[in-house]
Design a protein around this ligand. Structure first.
Ligand SMILES: C[S@@+](CC[C@H](N)C(=O)[O-])C[C@H]1O[C@@H](n2cnc3c(N)ncnc32)[C@H](O)[C@@H]1O
Ligand code: SF4
Length: 446
C-alpha cells in the first residue's frame, strides 16, 4: 500500500501558494513505490551481460557542505571531520571497485561522469586526487563525453580549481543561486557574492569546456528589483549555460519544518516565481542564449550539450554511488542505503549498499522517458515508436488533449512534434502527473 500524502509531484495540483512537498519530477514511478523486495532483481541484472546498445554513466555523491542551506533537500552533512570524510571516500572508491567486477559493468566504457552533492568542491585536493586515482584504475574516463562537477563558490581556491581541471572535468557547475548578499545570507548560503567574483578569473583562465551557473527563482527575500539585478549580473559573468530552478520546499528542508511548525514565511507564490523565471529566460535570450530545457539556457554561439541530463532522461544505464544515490541499470531503478551508518556498514562487509529498487514495466519505462523528455520542451513521437514500438499520440491522447485545451502544449502530427507552450514549459513539473497511471496519482512522491 502506498502512503497517501499527496505531493504536487504526484497530484498535478497547481496550487497557488508554495506549499510543502516535492514538486520536481526526477523519476517515475514515484520513489515511494520502490522497495526491498525488488533488490534481488538488481543483483541478478548485475550478474548478467548488459543490453548490447546500452551506454553507461557514473554518478558519485559527495554529501558534504559547509552549511545547510535552509531550502535544500539533498542528503548532506555539515558536521563531518577530515577523517570521517576519508572513511566515506574510501567506501565510495570501494563501491565503485565492487561495481567494476560485476559482469554487467566490467570493461564498459563510461559515457559520462558526474560529481554531485552536496558539494564535491568541499573536499580537499588530496582527497579528490586520491579518490580519482582509485576510481580511474577500475573505471577509466579518458574517452568520456562529459565529466561534470558541482561547486559551491566559497569552497574554491585556485589550487582546487586546477586539481578539478586536472582530473578531466569538462562541465563546471557553480551554485551561485543569487547575487544579493542579504538574500544569500537569509537563505543560509555559506557564500556571498564576492566569492563568485573572486573565483571567476581563475575559472576563465583554466578554460573549462563549459561553465554553468545555477540560480533559484523565489529565494526568501527576493523582490523584482533584486531579481532583475541578479539576472543582469549573471549575464555579465558570461557563463556558457545558466540553470534556473523555482524554489520548492520538499518535506525535509529547514524552511519546510519551520512552516509545518507554524511559522509564516514570506515565500513567493508559484505565479510570481514563474514570472521571475520567464523574465530571466527572456533576458538570457536577448543576450545570446537559447532555451535548452525548462530550466536551462545555453549560449547560442558555442556548441554545448548536457550529456548527463540527456542520457538520464533517455534511460541510459547509470551507476549512482555514495549514500542515498539513485541508479538505473538494465531497466531497473535502485537506490543506495540512505543513512551514513548503513552505507558504510555494507561496504565494510564488501557488499553493495543497495536498499530499495523497482523493476518498471515496459509501459512505465515509456511513461518515464516521455515525461522526463517533455522537460526539454519538445518531443518526437517517432523516437518513442522506434524505441518502444509505441504510438504515444494515441496512448496519451486524453492527457495531450487536456493540456492542449489548457494552453500548455501543441501537438503537430505532421511535424512529428509535441511542443510545450511557454506557459507549459514554466510549470512543466506540475503537468507531468497527468500522465501517471491512476495508482501513482495523489500518492507520496519520495
Ligand atoms: C547540489 S546543489 C549544487 C552544488 C552546491 N551544493 C551548491 O549549492 O552550491 C544543486 C542545486 O540544487 C538547487 N536547489 C537546491 N535546493 C533547492 C530547492 N529547494 N528548490 C530549488 N532548487 C534547489 C540549487 O540551485 C543548487 O545549486
Ligand atoms: S544547496 Fe548545495 S550547498 Fe546548500 S545545502 Fe544543498 S547541497 Fe549543500
Amino acid at each position: 500500500m502506498l502512503e497517501t500524502k499527496p505531493e504536487p509531484a504526484t497530484a498535478g495540483i497547481d496550487s497557488k501558494q508554495t506549499t510543502v512537498g516535492s514538486v520536481f519530477v526526477s523519476n517515475y514511478p514515484p520513489y515511494s513505490t520502490w522497495n526491498d523486495d525488488a533488490v534481488p532483481n538488481v543483483h541478478y541484472s548485475l550478474s548478467e551481460k548488459p543490453r548490447p546498445d546500452a551506454t553507461l554513466g557514473l554518478y558519485m555523491h559527495i554529501p558534504f557542505c559547509r552549511k545547510r542551506c535552509k531550502f535544500c533537500y539533498f542528503r548532506v552533512y555539515t558536521d563531518k571531520n577530515s577523517s570521517e570524510i576519508d572513511t566515506y571516500l574510501n567506501a565510495l572508491a570501494k563501491e565503485i571497485e565492487l561495481y567494476s567486477q560485476q559482469p554487467a559493468i566490467t570493461g564498459r566504457p563510461l559515457r559520462f561522469v558526474y560529481f554531485g552533492g552536496g558539494t564535491p568542491s568541499y573536499i580537499s585536493v588530496k582527497h579528490l586526487i586520491t579518490l580519482v586515482d582509485r576510481v580511474k584504475k577500475v573505471m577509466p574516463w579518458n574517452a568520456t563525453e562529459e565529466v561534470a562537477f558541482e561547486c559551491e563558490p566559497g569552497t574554491l581556491t585556485k589550487k582546487k580549481l586546477e586539481a578539478i581541471k586536472s582530473i578531466g572535468v569538462t562541465r563546471l557547475s557553480l551554485g551561485v543561486e543569487n547575487l544579493n548578499d542579504e538574500i544569500l545570507a537569509e537563505n543560509g548560503r555559506a557564500h556571498l557574492s564576492k566569492e563568485v567574483y573572486r573565483i571567476a578569473p581563475w575559472i576563465q583562465e583554466l578554460a573549462f569546456d563549459q561553465v554553468n551557473i545555477d540560480l533559484i527563482s523565489g529565494m526568501i527575500g527576493e523582490t523584482w528589483e533584486s531579481w532583475r539585478d541578479t539576472v543582469q549580473k549573471t549575464i555579465e559573468l558570461d557563463p556558457d549555460s545558466i540553470t534556473v530552478y523555482q524554489l520548492e520546499l520538499p518535506f525535509n528542508t529547514v524552511y519546510s519544518k519551520d512552516i509545518l511548525g507554524g511559522d509564516s514565511l514570506p515565500v513567493a507564490d508559484w505565479k510570481l516565481k514563474r514570472e521571475w523565471h520567464q523574465y530571466a529566460f527572456e533576458q538570457f535570450e536577448k543576450s545570446g542564449y537559447e532555451i535548452s530545457s525548462a530550466y536551462t539556457v545555453l549560449k547560442k554561439d558555442k556548441p554545448c550539450q548536457f550529456v548527463y541530463r540527456d542520457a538520464v532522461w533517455q534511460g541510459s544505464d547509470m551507476i549512482g554511488t555514495g549514500v542515498a544515490s539513485f541508479s538505473h541499470l538494465s531497466g531497473i531503478h535502485f537506490q543506495n542505503a540512505p543513512s551514513w551508518g548503513d552505507y558504510l556498514g555494507n561496504l565494510e562487509d564488501n557488499k553493495l549498499p543497495i536498499y530499495r529498487a523497482l523493476k518498471p514495466t515496459e509501459e512505465e519505462r515509456l511513461t518515464r522517458e516521455m515525461i522526463l523528455q517533455l522537460k526539454l520542451g519538445r518531443i518526437k513521437p517517432s523516437y518513442f515508436k522506434a524505441k518502444f514500438d509505441a504510438d504515444i499520440l494515441s496512448k496519451y491522447a486524453d492527457a495531450y488533449e487536456k493540456l492542449q485545451n489548457d494552453g500548455m502544449l501543441r501537438v503537430n502530427v505532421d511535424a512529428d512534434e509535441i511542443q510545450l507552450t511557454q506557459r507549459g514549459l514554466l510549470q512543466v513539473d506540475s503537468l507531468l502527473p497527468t500522465f501517471y497511471a491512476p495508482e501513482y496519482q495523489n500518492t507520496r512522491y519520495t
